[in-house]
Design a protein around this ligand. Sequence first.
Ligand SMILES: C[S@@+](CC[C@H](N)C(=O)[O-])C[C@H]1O[C@@H](n2cnc3c(N)ncnc32)[C@H](O)[C@@H]1O
Length: 292
Amino acid sequence: MTIIDNNHHGIASMEDKGMQKMGSGSSNNYVLGNTSDEIERLKIQSALFEPLTRDALLKGGVRRGMKCCDVGCGPGEVTKMMGDMVGKSGKVVGFDINENYIKYCKASTKQKNISYLCDNIITSQTLPAETFDIVYSRFMFVHLSDKANALKRMTRLAKKGGTIIVQELDHAPDSWLSYPKRKGVNTLRKIYVKLVKNAGGDPYSGRKLYKMFVDQNLDSTIESYSPCLVMGREPFNSLGWKIALSLKPQIFSLGLMSKKEFDDMLSDLKEMSQDPHSFVLYARLFSVIGRK
Ligand SMILES: C[S@@+](CC[C@H](N)C(=O)[O-])C[C@H]1O[C@@H](n2cnc3c(N)ncnc32)[C@H](O)[C@@H]1O
């Protein structure tokens, strides 16, 4: 476990170097890795979900002066958004198990009201209980082996009357829908589901959140959305083949596809991304907000 303050000295050059290989840090079996390409993908994905995340934060009551935590912050796009929303009188902690993401966050964060912490939410004892007005997490729960414990820890971090918000996808068989139909989309969904399960995660976490919140005695609401990605239009059309590239090392190290099968899937996804007649309905996003 490492605590890293928001001290930018000497780190700014990491972005210039392109962060080609960041290494796997402490989360070895994390399926998406943390290369510079994966960071780029997460930033595009963040732009896609930005309105839905802002909406959830506003519904959760975020306002100036609040203390917030972004659990599983990755490259910190939501952390930075929260930093702006709470203003100079507020504070945000970005929390992630992967030290390389935390280093990237430090290098790319300008706001003085944000600090970062490298730890595992399932085992963390670092932050005191009842610290935050809002404890938020996005796209981390599918990767967890012990979701209930993670939510318990997040609930512990929230003040009495504070809010816990989790936004997570659910990769149900019918959820990734392409029209005109593309084989590569379904192949990618199936391989992603397999990899997540193999790493101990749960690709169907989205639908399970609400019950978990109620089990924690949180006064909860649930909403769900399906983002529609129009092909032929940058940058969201590239998300499919970018996910495939992020998964490539794990796919090959587990022998889940031959090189030809992977290349066929990739070229199908790339071809689709340039077809202005087509779209992909991506996995359902579940947004659950609970009051402690
Ligand atoms: C798909 S990324 C999402 C990043 C960011 N929340 C976003 O929406 O762009 C999932 C993140 O969760 C982090 N993570 C996975 N397991 C974790 C754990 N047990 N504790 C803390 N962070 C974890 C990963 O390192 C990764 O940065």
